[in-house]
Ligand binder design. Structure first.
Ligand SMILES: NC(=O)c1ccc[n+]([C@@H]2O[C@H](COP(=O)([O-])OP(=O)(O)OC[C@H]3O[C@@H](n4cnc5c(N)ncnc54)[C@H](OP(=O)(O)O)[C@@H]3O)[C@@H](O)[C@H]2O)c1
Length: 365
């Protein structure tokens, strides 16, 4: 997702929504020390721990209209790797979090409430009401999830859930009985897409890189077929699972996996391009190559559309409400891979990039 990044870029790489003013010389009531990860050097290939630095920052006292929040869950997502080259060195690493308001001089954001926001990888954040209005920061008081974990606000009941809900339904427009393929099928977005496709009465084929993930997709989530892309003969296996061709493809990965799926699409098939993780750890000069697909696209008259979930910002709560309803009805299941400890955020991030997660990868601070 580009929102946090745009926000940062628009302001010359300064993470201005984090208050950075100097401590006033007046008597401090409370000194809060925030821990934050700053970008120390640009990634090359798989990110290295030494690319980020964990530093401390003393936060100033709150001014009127400001609130202090303490991170409870941090999100680690593939887009962070994709957007990193555009971040300026020294800025707080991007990312959203669920945080508890622990101090406040704002009626709108009172102590005890939980917020979700693009605060970056930091433990404590001061935000003003004005800053919180910026739509790109996506600061919202967390909706009531009942007994469900707050962390779902970063997954099935947050941005990835909405990427699945809007990105699949609005672009693929699936019809009952159609065949749907989803890559990255056992991840945060893909696992939701496949289940929504089942809710819509489709035949669903999930592609992921691990047989255990495949068992979860078939046995618990109700996918019809699973294909492990790390095994040979993806083309033949897909043809067996989809003997009548593919009508909709939800693409989380790109590369040769996607070229293979595109080559087996039906006339007027629809493709929703959500992401391209096969290339995220590659440098521009060494991007993976894949079979040319324009021939299949032209002959089958495919419609291919990329999206960013925040395109549906105006309908944001519709997706969350619907996914919550499906969860309560037992139609939508979810899993999280939870890493404990703020200090382990980087490890959680690279584990996720390498397939270590099932469902949404989050860090419990
Ligand atoms: N457009 C949007 O608004 C939007 C929003 C959210 C996410 N996204 C994109 O959607 C995709 C999935 O995101 P997510 O948050 O749901 O992540 P995720 O699927 O939960 O985690 C990433 C997964 O990618 C798979 N992967 C890693 N390297 C791969 C490779 N070379 N080939 C194939 N699969 C690979 C791994 O699973 P395996 O074990 O299967 O390899 C890993 O678990 C990403 O491309 C992301 O950038 C886009």
């Amino acid at each position: 997702m580009n929102v946090a990044l745009n926000y940062i870029l628009n302001r010359g790489g300064q993470v201005v929504y984090i208050s950075s003013r100097k401590l006033s010389s007046t008597i401090e009531s409370k000194i809060v020390k925030a821990k934050k990860y700053i970008l120390h050097q640009h990634f090359s290939g798989l990110p290295k721990q030494s690319d980020l630095k964990l530093v401390e920052e003393k936060l100033p006292n709150l001014r009127n209209g400001e609130f202090l929040s303490e991170a409870v869950y941090l999100s680690v997502d593939p887009y962070m790797r994709a957007y990193e080259p555009r971040l300026k060195l020294g800025t707080v690493f991007i990312g959203s979090q669920i945080a508890k308001i622990t101090d406040s001089k704002s009626k709108q954001y009172p102590i005890g409430k939980y917020v979700v926001g693009q605060f970056g990888w930091r433990s404590h954040t001061i935000t003003s009401e004005e800053e919180a209005k910026n739509p790109e920061l996506l600061v919202n008081v967390l909706p009531d999830f009942g007994k469900l974990s707050l962390s779902l606000g970063l997954g099935v009941l947050g941005m990835p859930g909405n990427a699945a809900y809007f990105g699949f339904l609005e672009i693929c427009k699936p019809k009952e009985g159609e065949t749907v393929v989803v890559s990255g099928a056992a991840g945060a977005v893909g696992s939701v897409v496949g289940q929504i496709a089942k809710i819509k009465g489709c035949n669903v084929i999930g592609i992921a890189g691990d047989d255990e993930k495949g068992k979860w997709l078939i046995n618990e989530l109700g996918f019809d077929h699973f294909i492990n892309y790390k095994k040979p003969n993806l083309h033949k296996t897909l043809a067996k699972c989809a003997p009548n061709g593919v009508d909709c493809y939800f693409d989380n990965v790109g590369g040769e996996i996607s070229s293979t799926v595109l080559s087996q699409m039906n006339l007027h098939g629809r493709v929703s391009v959500c992401g391209a993780i096969v290339g995220y750890n590659a440098n521009r000069s060494t991007l993976p190559t894949a079979t040319i697909t324009q021939g299949f696209i032209a002959i089958k008259q495919l419609r291919i559309e990329g999206f960013i979930a925040t395109r549906w910002r105006d309908r944001w709560m519709e997706g969350i409400d619907q996914n919550l309803k499906w969860i309560s009805e037992g139609k939508l299941k979810y899993r999280e891979t939870v890493t404990e400890g703020f200090e382990n955020t980087f490890q959680a991030f690279v584990d996720m990039l390498q397939g270590g997660n099932v469902g949404k990868a989050v860090v419990k601070v």
